[in-house]
Every structure is written in structure tokens, then in C-alpha cells.
Design a protein around this ligand. Structure first.
Ligand SMILES: Nc1ncnc2c1ncn2[C@@H]1O[C@H](COP(=O)(O)OP(=O)(O)OP(=O)(O)O)[C@@H](O)[C@H]1O
Ligand SMILES: [Mg+2]
Length: 362
């Protein structure tokens, strides 16, 4: 759902900004430290309720100020949906269409947003948690009951782990198992089905856009496929009692990337790893748009970093070809080649300077 209005107050070095973005491409340019990433941070905060670079809100609120606000208007067909957030050191308020919301999930599902930042390769180099997050972004947006299921699973797992840690009786430990198995098996099915649907999009992008062949992508559900979740919980019970936690289950799931049969992070260059993560995110966006008619917002911070000229152009063109609303930052607007921008697509340029944002009329 595109953002057609954005007002920011007191966020990092942005005291006040008021822009009307294009529904297609927005280029934010300015020198180092001018406030480009801060503007993306505002959009990210609006869509997620938290930032991509700081967990403490006090770091994001402008120095000497007590709170920040972000107000936006989203377009859904002919409908306009106002969304606003206010964050202070000790208070938080989020409003959609004039009503306070209770769960941030409402906000996240309203604005499917992908962030493509400078440390992308970490999703593959890092631990399974990062890759589960990568996968679950898409599952969340296509399966409406996924989030509820995940909340139930997390709560039951916590209770089971607490019982394991306190070395409770077997009966107490396993008393949650039937509900845990129900929620966990659904979670697992959602993920497995989703990845199966995603792979054709990913393969096509990797081969036709980025000329990366030999990439494999598979799902590790968090326990051996030989057993059902129920069976593995029973099989590992004595081990779990000894270690004090549940060793197998969807909380251990992973997405495995390979290159000609070997671990991708051991074989690919950093630029190639970045392209792989970009392709994965793009595939998710394409699936969401094609099969679920949901438009995404993409934030791309510092696009050129570590990509060569050709790959930079390929990434940008593929993004432009998708129906997403794009915000791209750069220190040099000449690095963003828009020559292949489709005629039906609109573009706006914004100059960011000392925290103020001005549209550049072309
Ligand atoms: N809480 C804060 N209050 C005021 N200013 C801040 C705060 N936090 C960061 N800044 C400043 O905001 C400025 C903008 O930072 P930002 O990361 O948005 O710059 P940028 O344009 O993305 O730069 P680069 O091109 O180097 O990535 C910086 O000068 C930074 O020091
Ligand atoms: Mg920046």
C-alpha cells in the first residue's frame, strides 16, 4: 500500500519534514550525515513500530526532545488511510484511521515493507534466527493466521522450557505437548508451503536477472523429516530434561542456501551473497503482489554499496519493474540510472540537507 503523505517531527536530525512521495520511485540524495537513512528509518518505524538500527527509542528521538511523531496517509484504491505514531521515552501510541491500535501486527500487515540495507549478507552468514526472520516475513503476509499461531507456539514453548528447567515431573512437562504439536505443526506447514511457492520466483530471478546459477535453497524444519513433531518431542524428552530446553521444533527451523552443493556463505563473494538476499526478498515481493495483490514498500539504503555497475542497474530495474513503492538513498544521484524506467512509472527526487528534505522539481 503506497505512502502518499509523510510528515516527520523530531527524529534524529530531522526536526520537521513534510513530503508527498511518488507511488513508484523516490530517490533521496544528500551528503554523508544529511539525514537520508533517518528518513528511511521513519518509514520503517511507521511500518514496524521499531527501528532497523536502534532498539532504544531515546537514540532515535532528536537530541533535547522528548518525543517523535510520524504521520502518513496510505492509498488503498480510492481509499486514504491515515496512520500515525508517536513515541516518547515512556510512551507509545499508534493510530490507524483515527483509532488507537493494540497490536503492532495490525500495522505490519497494513504496510508490507522490505528493507534492503548495507549489511544484507548477514542474513546468510549469521545464525538461523536471521533466516527464519527472512522467511517468516513472507509467511506472515500471506497466511493470516500465521502470527496468531506463532504467538501460541511461543507461549507454550516457554511454558514447556520452564518446566524442563525446573525438572518438573514428566507429566507436567508433556502436559502442553498436544497443543504445542498442533500449533507447531501448523507453523511448519505454513513455512514449508510458502517456501515451495516462493522457489520458482527465486530461481527465475537468480538465473534471468542476476545470472547466478548453482544456488540451492531448502527448508530445514527444525527436526529430522523421518519423524512427526509429536514423535520427535517424545524421542528427545530425556535429552531435553537433561539440557533444560526443547531441542527440536519449528523454533529451530532454518533456510539453507547452497552453491553447487556447498554452504553458500563459504563459497560466494560478499557481493554475490547480497544479490542472493536481494533476490530472495524480491521473490517474496513478487509472490505477494502476483498471488495476493498486495503492494509493498521497499526501502533501499545505500544501493550502490558493494554492487558493481551492472548488478546495481539490474537490481534497480527489477525493483522498478515490480509494483512496489521504492525509496532509494544515495550520496550521488548520478549513481541511480533511471533510463529504463517504464513510462507509466513516476519518479520524484528529494534533496536531503542537514535534516531538511526538499523535493527537486525536474
Ligand atoms: N538522536 C539524534 N538527534 C539528532 N541528531 C542525530 C541523532 N542521531 C543521529 N543524529 C545525526 O543525524 C544525522 C543524519 O544521520 P543519517 O544516518 O540519517 O545520515 P545519512 O544521510 O544516511 O548519511 P550516510 O550517507 O553517511 O549514510 C547524523 O549527522 C547523525 O549524527
Ligand atoms: Mg545513511
Amino acid at each position: 500500500m503506497p505512502i502518499n503523505k509523510l510528515q516527520i517531527t523530531q527524529l534524529r536530525n530531522i526536526n520537521w519534514a513534510d513530503i508527498t512521495p511518488s507511488a513508484d520511485l523516490n530517490i533521496l540524495f544528500g551528503i554523508n550525515g544529511s539525514g537520508k537513512s533517518s528518513l528511511l528509518e521513519a518509514i520503517y518505524l511507521l511500518a514496524h513500530g521499531h527501528s532497523f538500527r536502534s532498539s532504544a527509542i531515546r537514540n532515535i528521538i532528536s537530541r533535547d526532545q522528548k518525543q517523535l511523531t510520524i504521520f502518513s496517509e496510505l492509498t488503498l484504491g480510492s481509499q486514504k488511510i491515515p496512520v500515525g505514531i508517536e513515541r516518547g521515552i515512556n510512551h507509545a501510541r499508534t493510530r490507524i484511521s483515527g483509532k488507537n491500535i493494540k497490536s503492532l501486527a495490525e500495522l505490519v500487515s497494513l504496510i508490507p515493507l522490505q528493507f534492503i540495507g548495507p549489511d544484507l549478507q548477514k542474513a546468510i552468514e549469521g545464525g538461523p534466527k536471521d533466516r527464519r526472520k527472512l522467511l517468516d516475513w513472507g509467511v506472515f503476509h500471506v497466511e493470516h493466521t500465521f502470527y496468531r499461531c506463532w504467538l501460541i507456539y511461543r507461549k507454550l514453548l516457554k511454558q514447556r522450557n520452564a518446566a524442563l528447567k525446573q525438572r518438573e515431573q514428566h507429566q507436567t512437562i508433556t502436559s502442553w505437548d498436544s497443543e504445542l504439536v498442533k500449533a507447531g505443526s501448523r507453523l511448519n506447514d505454513y513455512r514449508a508451503d510458502y517456501l515451495k511457492r516462493l522457489l520458482p520466483y527465486l530461481d527465475k530471478l537468480l538465473q534471468e536477472m542476476f545470472y547466478l546459477t548453482g544456488i540451492g535453497c531448502s527448508f530445514n524444519q527444525g527436526w529430522s523429516k523421518e519423524f512427526s513433531f509429536d514423535q520427535i518431542l517424545q524421542k528427545t524428552l530425556s535429552r531435553d530434561i537433561k539440557s533444560g530446553f526443547t531441542s527440536c521444533g519449528p523454533h529451530r527451523a532454518d533456510v539453507l542456501f547452497s552453491y553447487y552443493g556447498r554452504a553458500a556463505h563459504e563459497q560466494l563473494s560478499r557481493g554475490q551473497l547480497k544479490l542472493l538476499v536481494i533476490a530472495f526478498k524480491l521473490a517474496q515481493i513478487q509472490l505477494l503482489q502476483t498471488a495476493h495483490a498486495k503492494r509493498c514498500v521497499i526501502l533501499m539504503d545505500d544501493l550502490p554499496a558493494e554492487l558493481d555497475i551492472e548488478n546495481r542497474a539490474r537490481v534497480l530495474n527489477t525493483l522498478l519493474d515490480s509494483d512496489a513503492q521504492l525509496f532509494v538513498t544515495t550520496t550521488d544521484s548520478a549513481l541511480i540510472d533511471c533510463s529504463e524506467l517504464r513510462e507509466d512509472k513516476s519518479r520524484k527526487m528529494f534533496h536531503v540537507e542537514h535534516g531538511s528534505v526538499t523535493e527537486v522539481v525536474q
